[in-house]
Design a protein around this ligand. Sequence first.
Ligand code: CO
Length: 152
Amino acid sequence: MLNLKPMFLATCAAITLISGTSYAGACDVNVEATATMAFNVKEIKVPKKCKEITLKLTNTGTMPKAIMGHNVVISKTADMEAVNKNGLTAGLANNYVKKNDTKVIGHTAVIGGGESTTAKIKLTNLKTSESYSFFCSFPGHSAIMKGVFKLI
Ligand code: CO
């Protein structure tokens, strides 16, 4: 019995390592929104095998969300303008995203400085041939706070 215990522990450690570094890690996306109204990345690349991503947004600024809030919205690049317009009407109470907007692939909540939020976003209907973007739909931000969202 005494000999089995270290072996059991070693097996558990190996399983944790494998599951933590392969599939799950590749489908996790971390984005920072900074105090200078910018994202820390210009491009998000996700393996096309990911049926879903776990998108974590951290706002490293200090201002409250009503003044300098940020979110991450993903849509076709061609739909960005329409999604932004709908978001403006939806307002902060709806995270500047119209409820059930079919043009929105996924989005996080709007968060203020020092906060972070996570959203699970399904990618099952995305095509590698289509052009997608991520952006912040807080009014006026998407001109600067945007980038390419790519399946690879
Ligand atoms: Co923003």
